[in-house]
Each structure stands twice: as structure tokens, then as C-alpha cells.
Design a protein around this ligand. Structure first.
Ligand code: AP5
Length: 226
């Protein structure tokens, strides 16, 4: 059982790490951005309402996100834990998640913050490609697909995200600093926050997070026995 949150600015590696960790631990990787992009692609009411915010690099309003995430977290595969990526992103979202967990006598085991300097974020995002079919993530310089433009995992065609133009990336970074950075103090106060250097290579970052997850699981088991 592991309920964890990956926090960090755009391009810090939340999706990369949450995906790897979820595969390793057999828990779902729940990414609010992926759910939103799937809704935009399918042309749902939620997608139609969210798209203008996403294209500008702004946050989608909390009420839309909270309904969407409540629905996703209620699915059976989330009963035994999850790796959350991109949610919560505001203090109001974090409070709503805490409320939901305490109603169910549940708690988060760990919040991992991936620290990456802005220059590196901009470099990574300019060469990112994603698979819209299976959500796999690539980087043309450092994690290129075996065959250009084709997803290694499912054979889908790779695309560049619509919110990857430089001015939208700049806006996303500003919005992150204003709306999401306050969550670091929020989770620091609860003792759940673990800060990880996100620049040390994908496998090294994963090893660090895995160590944190193991430590948190052992601590939680100790508390249950006490
Ligand atoms: P979302 O999809 O969540 O985007 P984001 O938070 O901006 O994060 P990214 O997906 O850009 O980056 P990441 O940290 O996952 O990095 P990645 O692993 O891809 O949100 C998009 C939009 O949806 C928002 O702007 C907003 O409008 C809306 N939204 C979503 N959730 C919301 C919410 N809760 N509330 C309101 N609105 C919401 O890695 C980046 C690149 O770096 C990749 O190419 C990867 O291959 C590479 N890389 C990863 N790790 C490493 C490493 N260690 N070394 C070198 N390269 C690496």
C-alpha cells in the first residue's frame, strides 16, 4: 500500500518518475495532465472547458479538477495506493485531498519534491515528445525513442505537447511558482516532504525515490503495529 505525491515544476520529471515507480510497485500512475489531455482529445465537456486554460499555461479551475480527481481516485485500481503526478497543485486541492483521505481513515505516505534548475527545465521541455496513446515520455537528446517519431512501448506516433511553446512554458513556470510552490511548506509542516535532486539521471532519481518509499512503508507498518 503506497499513496504518494510527486511535486515539482514543469519538466522536473514527475511523469517519468511516477510512471516508473508505478510499474515497479504495481500501483496506478494517476496524472491529472494526462487525464485532462485525454478529455481534450475525446472532446468531452471537461476537455472543452479545460483546453483554453491548458493552452495558455494556466491552471484549470479547482472545481473541475476536484470532480475529475474524485472520480479517478474512486476507481477500483486506486484502492490499494497510487502515485499522483500533477495533483494536488494548489493549497485548496491539497486540502481537498487531505479531506478525502481522512474521511476514509487513509493518509499519504510520502510527498517527493523533484528539484531541477530552470535552465535545465527549459532544455528538457524543448526536446520532449510524448505518446498520446500510452503516455510514455521521451527526450530527443537524452531519452530518444529507438525509431524516430515512434513510441517504443506501443508503436504510437509521438507528438510535441501543445503547451510546449516557449511563451507558454514561461507562463507555466510562473504559475507553478505562484500556485504550487506554497505546497512545499504545506507538506513540510506535515513531515511528509522529501526533497530529491532531480538532475542526477532518471535511474538515480528513481533509486532515491524508491528508498524513500521503502522507508515510509516501513515507518507506516511500525505505526500500525504500535
Ligand atoms: P501537466 O501535464 O501536469 O504538466 P506539468 O506539471 O507542467 O509537468 P510536465 O508534464 O510538463 O513535466 P513533468 O514534471 O511530468 O516532467 P516529465 O517527466 O515529462 O499539466 C499540464 C496542464 O494541465 C497544466 O498547465 C494545467 O493547465 C493543467 N493541469 C494539470 N493538472 C492540474 C491541476 N491539478 N490543477 C489545475 N490544472 C492542472 O519530464 C520532462 C522531460 O525531461 C522529458 O522529456 C523527460 O524525458 C526528461 N527527463 C525526465 N527526468 C529526467 C532526468 N532525470 N534527466 C534528464 N532528463 C529527464
Amino acid at each position: 500500500m503506497m499513496r504518494m505525491v510527486l511535486l515539482g515544476p514543469p519538466g522536473s520529471g514527475k511523469g517519468t518518475q511516477a510512471g516508473a515507480l508505478a510499474r515497479r510497485r504495481g500501483i496506478p500512475h494517476i496524472a491529472s495532465g494526462d487525464i485532462l489531455r485525454a478529455n481534450v482529445k475525446e472532446g468531452t465537456e471537461l476537455g472543452r472547458r479545460a483546453a483554453p486554460y491548458m493552452e495558455r499555461g494556466e491552471l484549470v479551475p479547482d472545481e473541475l479538477i476536484l470532480d475529475m480527481m474524485a472520480e479517478r481516485l474512486a476507481e477500483p485500481d486506486a484502492a490499494e495506493g497510487y502515485a499522483l503526478d500533477g495533483f494536488p497543485r494548489t493549497v485548496a486541492q491539497a486540502e481537498a485531498l487531505d479531506g478525502r483521505l481522512s474521511e476514509r481513515q487513509q493518509r499519504l505516505e510520502a510527498v517527493v519534491y523533484l528539484e531541477v534548475p530552470e535552465k535545465e527545465l527549459l532544455r528538457r521541455l524543448s526536446g520532449r515528445r510524448i505518446c498520446p496513446d500510452c503516455n510514455a515520455i521521451y527526450q530527443l537528446e537524452t531519452m530518444a525513442p529507438r525509431q524516430e517519431g515512434i513510441c517504443d512501448a506501443c508503436g504510437g506516433g509521438l507528438i510535441q505537447r501543445k503547451d510546449e511553446q516557449p511563451e507558454v512554458v514561461r507562463r507555466r513556470l510562473q504559475v507553478y511558482a505562484r500556485e504550487t510552490e506554497p505546497l512545499l511548506d504545506y507538506y513540510r509542516r506535515t513531515g511528509l516532504l522529501h526533497e530529491v535532486d532531480g538532475t542526477i539521471g532518471v535511474d538515480n532519481v528513481l533509486a532515491e525515490i524508491d528508498g524513500i518509499v521503502k522507508g515510509s512503508a516501513t515507518e507506516a507498518a511500525g505505526k500500525r503495529q504500535a
